[in-house]
Design a protein around this ligand. Structure first.
Ligand SMILES: Cc1cc2nc3c(=O)[nH]c(=O)nc-3n(C[C@H](O)[C@H](O)[C@H](O)COP(=O)(O)OP(=O)(O)OC[C@H]3O[C@@H](n4cnc5c(N)ncnc54)[C@H](O)[C@@H]3O)c2cc1C
Length: 315
């Protein structure tokens, strides 16, 4: 490895001061799972590593305006195992569960993953489909960036060098919404996806018409891809037998995968159509399951049994 300075600022002010001191040669480090590999491969040669590990208050997961506010330093494992996320947005917990291995998920952070911007990653398609945004903080203040405008190219985002992802916000889902993320993994369970797809589907009150839908794919281009034309094909339309398959075919037109050891470009294109259809079907099944659970009679509360200990009768 090439020698570098290592700094451990305790708060954002110190992080910004260190970034200013070292300029463009400094690199933020959160979990280090992506960055350290890139340094070993000499793809990145920072003069200073600015560890975010000692910065407090950026790893919480809480409710905000009915949605979820996730700190930029929350680990993948924290999202996966959070009871709040599992209750409110099981699809998001499931998405983070799909990332690599437990060892990686224990270290990798939500902000670090998004800033890394590998188009094969799992969380971006789900977060885009859920309408999430990131909050980026610099010495000049903060700005909110919708995630579908965040990725620019391979390992490239719209973040400025002095901006830090401090928060990811996932808005509250509308009533009658189902969500799903699916990942095609023909090799090992901890691999990156060959193709992945996320769908968030909202039906009208009568549950007959598609009020809204968001679809995003991973591993099919330089960035995660939002399939807006496929969404437009479905939005406002009644649920019909072949609608999801037609949307899958439309989504196929939006992707531009490369051939690699996970499959040829042509194969991935075909799989994109299939996976969009399946993700939509799974989102609909999720929605129906939620409605069923809501309609089911609630189990009667058990009466609290008072423990009466009569004097003189204890053995
Ligand atoms: C063996 C292996 C298997 C993997 N498999 C998968 C997989 O199946 N699916 C998947 O989705 N991912 C997978 N990954 C990728 C993994 O998700 C990323 O390595 C991880 O998300 C990066 O997070 P981190 O906190 O470790 O980031 P770091 O490595 O610390 O940083 C990554 C980049 O983000 C920048 N950065 C870090 N934090 C911030 C911040 N808060 N604000 C701005 N910039 C920041 C850093 O400067 C660096 O450029 C795998 C990784 C490995 C090593």
């Amino acid at each position: 490895m090439i020698p570098f300075e290592y700094r451990t600022p305790k708060n954002l002010k110190e992080v910004h001061a260190t970034l200013k001191e070292f300029g463009a040669d400094a690199k933020l480090m959160a979990g280090g799972t992506a960055l350290v590999i890139m340094m070993k491969q000499r793809l990145v040669r920072p003069s200073c590593l600015v560890s975010l590990g000692s910065v407090r208050g950026l790893n919480g997961i809480e409710l905000k305006d009915g949605g979820l506010k996730i700190g930029g330093l929350a680990t993948h494992r924290a999202v996966e195992s959070s009871s709040l996320v599992r209750r409110r947005l099981p699809m998001l917990a499931e998405t983070y569960h799909h990332v690599a291995t437990l060892r990686i998920r224990n270290m990798a952070t939500v902000g670090g993953g998004l800033a890394h911007a590998d188009p094969n990653q799992d969380p971006p398609p789900s977060l885009i489909a859920l309408g999430a945004s990131v909050k980026a903080t610099s010495p000049n203040g903060s700005r909110v960036i919708p995630l579908d405008e965040f990725f620019k190219g391979y390992y490239e985002t719209v973040l400025e060098p002095d901006e830090i992802i401090t928060e990811v916000f996932v808005p509250k889902a509308a009533a009658n919404t189902g969500a799903a993320y699916i990942k095609f993994l023909p090799r090992t369970a901890d691999d990156y996806a060959t193709v992945s797809a996320a769908a968030v589907l909202t039906l009208d009150k009568a549950k007959k018409t598609i009020a809204d839908v968001r679809i995003a794919l991973g591993s099919v281009g330089e960035t995660p891809v939002r399939a807006t034309a496929a969404e437009a094909l479905l939005r406002g339309q009644p649920l019909k037998g072949d609608g999801f398959a037609e949307a899958g075919e439309k989504a196929k037109e939006a992707v531009d995968p490369v051939s690699d050891f996970r499959g040829s470009a042509a194969y991935k294109k075909d799989m994109a159509a299939v996976f969009v259809r399946r993700a939509l079907e799974k989102a609909l099944a999720d929605l129906r399951q939620q409605a069923k659970a809501k309609a089911a009679p609630k189990p009667a509360k058990k009466k609290a049994v008072k423990k009466v200990v009569k004097k003189g009768k204890r053995r």
